[in-house]
Ligand binder design. Structure first.
Ligand code: ZN
Length: 259
């Protein structure tokens, strides 16, 4: 039996307009502490192992060409046009030139990626245009409202209307494992209301959910992964649970090529 290397985001893929998923941590060749399907080249892992993992992942997922940024926990949203394609089905140098934390595209066949190990990957599918947005939102990005800014950029670039969007908040650290300072809780409550916390435990999912609803997304259009990265380090990488030296999962969103 072949090991499944990623979770499919069925809420988005069932539209047949896009292919969406998030990689898991097994089935690759990286050694500890990156065991084993680390797909990110910026975390200190052996480059040859990362390239091999990317080829393994590409062969199973069908994602051969991917666009992604050097992520910096900003609120910077880029159009995929300005980003070089990385090829994962051959030898790849994997050094993204552009910095940013969200990408958008209305180009058929474009596959967008973000890397995470606790932060929230946010998948946006505009089913009418169609168009896609892929967002990396940790606590900084969430406070900076990068998800809402990505929607605004999709509206400006493609005419995206929020009521036509389906959104998925991907696997990330959840409230059960995300204890933060009282200062940080206060900041989040000011921005997103008191539902974002339970004591000192913060829910980035709830903060992003509130942000998206405020931006005009209907609550029924937002799905949320039930998994917590820090609770399940057998399946996922977690920066919180494992420390600085760990791998990254890839979240990918590809606009289906209908030609
Ligand atoms: Zn947890």
């Amino acid at each position: 039996m072949t090991t499944n290397l990623f979770h499919t985001i069925s809420e988005l893929t069932q539209t047949r307009l896009a292919k969406a998923g998030i990689s898991l941590r097994f089935g690759g060749v990286s050694k500890a502490p990156y065991t084993s399907l680390n797909l990110a080249s910026h975390v200190g892992d052996n480059p040859a192992a990362v390239s091999q993992n990317q080829r393994i992942f590409s062969a199973q997922s069908g994602i051969h060409e991917l666009k992604y940024c050097r992520q910096i926990h900003s609120d910077s949203v880029l159009n995929a046009d300005v980003v070089k394609t990385s090829f994962w089905n051959g030898e790849n140098q994997n050094v993204p030139e552009k910095t940013g934390d969200a990408l958008i595209s209305a180009q058929q066949g474009d596959a967008l990626g973000v890397f995470t190990a606790d932060c929230v990957p946010i998948f946006i599918l505009d089913t009418a245009t169609p168009a896609i947005g892929m967002v990396h939102a940790g606590w900084r990005g969430t406070l900076a409202r990068i998800a809402a800014k990505t929607l605004a950029q999709m509206k400006a670039s493609f005419g995206t209307i929020t009521k036509n969007c389906l959104i998925h908040l991907g696997t990330s650290i959840q409230q059960c494992c995300y204890t933060v300072s009282s200062d940080m809780i206060s900041q989040f409550v000011i921005h997103f209301g008191s539902a974002v916390h339970n004591g000192l435990n913060l829910s980035l999912q709830t903060a992003n959910f509130c942000q998206l609803v405020e931006a005009g997304i209907t609550p029924e259009s937002i799905s949320i992964s039930p998994f917590c990265t820090a609770c399940c380090t057998d399946k996922f990488y977690s920066y919180r649970a494992e420390g600085e030296q760990t791998g990254r999962m890839l979240s990918f969103l590809q606009l289906t090529d209908t030609n």
